[in-house]
Design a protein around this ligand. Structure first.
Ligand SMILES: Cc1cc2nc3c(=O)[nH]c(=O)nc-3n(C[C@H](O)[C@H](O)[C@H](O)COP(=O)(O)O)c2cc1C
Length: 331
């Protein structure tokens, strides 16, 4: 870290809000299973306001809409958030949606993008994009109930199974339903998280979509956002890994100051304490924090040794000592 207070910018630049149109863009925090837990979202929202909504990592209900208690615990929070469902049939979505509406949620998101092998094999997530007839029937069932009961359904999708060129057909299908919002991760399932997002394909989709479209994929700096905005006009961007790596990203993208070491420390300390207070064992709390550090390590290109100590810490005392060696405490 350069001066003990400001983190290196990793190629990031804080532009003025007029330098690009980022000031007019809504930023959404992407769902990230195993990372953006309820405590993470709540504390992030308090420490680094800037995301207008947080999409929850997926809930995977059974066909009767029953889901594990842990999911419920992950939902109760007072910040703008949208629950996401990972299903392969309308009945599971609808039964769960009713429960979520009772809890006060008004938008439910359908996951049509998860590329994981086990999910794909069950025709869930990106696996839904394999069979368009079946996808149509599922959406028919989902929107029939949503319209009757009056809640919104949005979809987070990839642009295809084997190729983003499939998206024309998929979008024509989505366009037959009253989606409240379509979040497009501009890759196909085969891409997993590699390769360059298909911006041109996204631009076309945005022109053809009947509902508001949100861009998602590989935005982790103002340079990335500028590049996107040069090619396409977007009204909303969803960010995952970039905002996990740099929790102040939404601020810097709108012309605000860069992340400081003190605020990162305060954020991480609060999160560790919240995990412990929530009943997690110290060992599990450390594992969760280390998962974050695997992303954040790129903020500290000069501090490899200290980062290694954090990632290798075996208990909470070692973890705290290693973090203290890297980051100053506030005040
Ligand atoms: C560890 C991890 C967990 C994820 N979990 C989910 C999830 O639960 N639901 C979902 O729709 N997408 C999930 N995603 C995908 C992200 O929401 C996002 O679409 C993807 O990372 C691309 O955006 P980014 O480049 O801004 O990270 C996950 C991605 C990662 C790396």
């Amino acid at each position: 870290m350069a001066d003990g207070n400001t983190l290196p910018e990793c190629g990031m630049r804080a532009p003025s809000a007029t330098e690009n149109s980022a000031g007019e863009i809504r930023f959404l925090f992407a769902p990230m299973e195993g990372i953006t837990y309820s405590a993470f979202r709540t504390i992030h929202h308090e420490c680094f306001p800037g995301a207008s909504e947080y999409y929850t990592p997926f809930i995977a209900p059974d066909s009767r809409g029953s889901f594990k208690k842990k999911y419920l615990k992950e939902l109760t929070e007072g910040i703008p958030s949208v629950p996401q469902l990972l299903v392969n049939n309308a009945a599971a979505f609808n039964a769960t949606a009713v429960k979520l509406c009772e809890l006060g949620f008004r938008e439910i998101n359908l996951n049509a993008g998860c590329p994981s092998g086990t999910v794909y094999a069950k025709h869930k997530g990106a696996g839904m994009l394999r069979d368009h007839d079946s996808l149509y029937r599922i959406l028919e069932g989902i929107f029939d109930q949503a319209e009757r009961l009056g809640y919104h359904v949005s979809i987070k999708t990839r642009m295809g199974d084997h190729s983003t060129a499939e998206f024309g057909e998929i979008l024509a299908l989505y366009n037959q339903f009253p989606l409240s919002r379509l979040i497009v991760h501009a890759r196909c399932r085969d891409d997993l998280y590699q390769g360059i997002p298909d911006i041109e394909g996204f631009r076309k989709a945005q022109e053809e979509s009947r509902c508001p479209v949100v861009y998602n994929g590989d935005i982790s700096s103002t340079a990335d956002l500028d590049r996107l905005l040069k090619n396409v006009k977007v009204h909303a961007v969803m960010i995952g890994r970039g905002a996990v790596t740099d929790p102040a990203l939404f601020r810097t993208l709108t012309g605000g100051s860069s992340l400081t070491g003190e605020e990162l420390r305060a954020f991480l300390d609060r999160l560790t304490e919240a995990y412990l207070a929530g009943g997690l064992s110290p060992a599990f709390a450390v594992e969760r924090m280390k998962t974050l550090w695997a992303y954040m390590r790129v903020l500290f290109p000069e501090d490899g040794k200290q980062i290694k100590m954090i990632l290798k810490s075996r208990d909470i005392e070692e973890y705290r000592a290693a973090v203290s060696g890297l980051l100053p405490t506030a005040g």
